[in-house]
Design a protein around this ligand. Structure first.
Ligand SMILES: CC(C)(COP(=O)(O)OP(=O)(O)OC[C@H]1O[C@@H](n2cnc3c(N)ncnc32)[C@H](O)[C@@H]1OP(=O)(O)O)[C@@H](O)C(=O)NCCC(=O)NCCS
Length: 232
């Protein structure tokens, strides 16, 4: 049965979470291939310096933001919007018995002591602004209807059933964060190929698609995306 007792903590460079993010990201590829969504992420993230840098930059930004903006309240806002250097990266984890560690992760935890082992299973990054490639749908920041941007969400597929539901649990954390900041909007983007199946996942989580966009790729088909939005 899927666990429901996820624990949440900030992701940090000090814990090596950037490296784990990339490993977990890699782990999603066989799953994506199995559902006909290979084109969502066409390359193995760990083999792409750009992807590795992107993750490291996000976790570093979150570390710096935690020092500068330690509280989650409307006091963080500047002119009603999040400061551009605001960012929060999260890890969802579970405590499981050593004998239950999935085979794909056993070696990773060989040197960790104790009968109960804490395993990260889900990752999320919230940012103060939208990425450039979605700007045909929403601006970098919105003066009238400010938002938190969901910049990254994935689960570690090596953890199998233990990870299931952690993405949804992290989205609940994101919605709570929006409300604690005194905002009313969570936006994000996702791939809309494969009959908008991933858009459907977000709709099931209470987000709705508010516009499509295409990211041109050199010599390849454009990457087809959709912007999603949840309102408090
Ligand atoms: C999307 C995700 C974070 C959701 O996590 P979760 O809330 O814990 O939910 P689950 O992992 O149990 O997935 C629930 C369902 O969502 C759908 N789903 C998940 N990822 C999907 C994807 N990339 N494309 C289409 N459908 C997807 C599937 O129907 C899945 O059911 P299944 O496992 O029986 O196939 C996680 O499934 C994941 O990491 N997916 C791959 C990476 C990804 O697409 N991240 C989102 C980028 S915007």
């Amino acid at each position: 049965m899927a666990p429901t007792n996820f624990k949440f903590r900030p992701a940090t460079l000090a814990e090596g979470d950037d490296r784990w993010f990339v490993e977990a990201w890699d782990s999603t590829l066989p799953y994506l291939a199995s559902i006909g969504s290979t084109s969502q992420w066409r390359y193995i993230p760990s083999s792409q310096p750009g992807a590795v840098d992107r993750v490291q930059t996000m976790v570093a930004k979150s570390d710096a933001s935690a020092g500068k903006h330690p509280t989650v309240s409307p006091e963080v806002l500047e002119n009603g919007r999040l400061p551009l250097d605001w960012c929060k990266a999260y890890v969802a984890s579970i405590d499981i018995k050593r004998e239950d560690i999935p085979a794909a992760l056993k070696e990773k935890y060989l040197s960790v002591q104790g009968d109960i082992v804490t395993i990260p299973v889900g990752a999320m990054v919230l940012d103060s602004k939208s990425p450039e490639y979605v700007r045909s749908v929403i601006p970098e920041q919105d003066d009238k209807e400010p938002f938190v941007f969901l910049a990254f969400l994935m689960t570690d597929h090596r953890a199998g059933a233990f990870a299931k539901g952690s993405g949804s649990a992290l989205l609940t954390v994101a919605k709570e964060e929006v409300k604690r900041l005194g905002l009313e909007r969570l936006c994000g983007d996702c791939w809309r190929g494969n009959d908008r199946r991933l858009v459907g996942y977000y709709e099931g989580q209470g987000l709705r698609a508010i516009g499509d966009f295409n990211v041109p790729k050199n010599g390849e088909d454009a990457w087809e995306g959709a912007v999603t939005e949840w309102r408090a």
